[in-house]
Design a protein around this ligand. Structure first.
Ligand SMILES: [Zn+2]
Length: 94
């Protein structure tokens, strides 16, 4: 597998710790999974907010899904968000 610099897309050798083209530190697999985790966590944050808004809206509008459905979805998203954040905390400590 060929590694590529995330900043300038230059091809990197296995042993390089810095990109020789732009000087950015080479991001290894574990680091990119942290980046993915961060994106996933921020996506979940927005999903929780949207779901919470939908839950409140379901109380007032008949066109929304029923309140228990929205409430359950918000709870599930909150759980997913907190476990994603816990995973991020753990990977920081490594
Ligand atoms: Zn580079």
């Amino acid at each position: 597998m060929i590694a590529r610099c995330l900043d300038c897309n230059a091809t990197l050798t296995k042993d390089e710790k810095e990109c020789f083209t732009c000087g950015a530190s080479v991001i290894r697999k574990d680091a990119s999974s942290v980046i993915f985790g961060k994106r996933f966590a921020s996506f979940l944050k927005y999903a929780v907010i949207l779901s919470a808004v939908a839950t409140v809206a379901s109380l007032f509008f008949d066109t929304m899904p029923s309140f228990p459905k929205c409430f359950a979805a918000t709870l599930v998203l909150l759980l997913a968000k907190s476990s994603a954040e816990q995973m991020l905390e753990k990977s920081k400590g490594l």
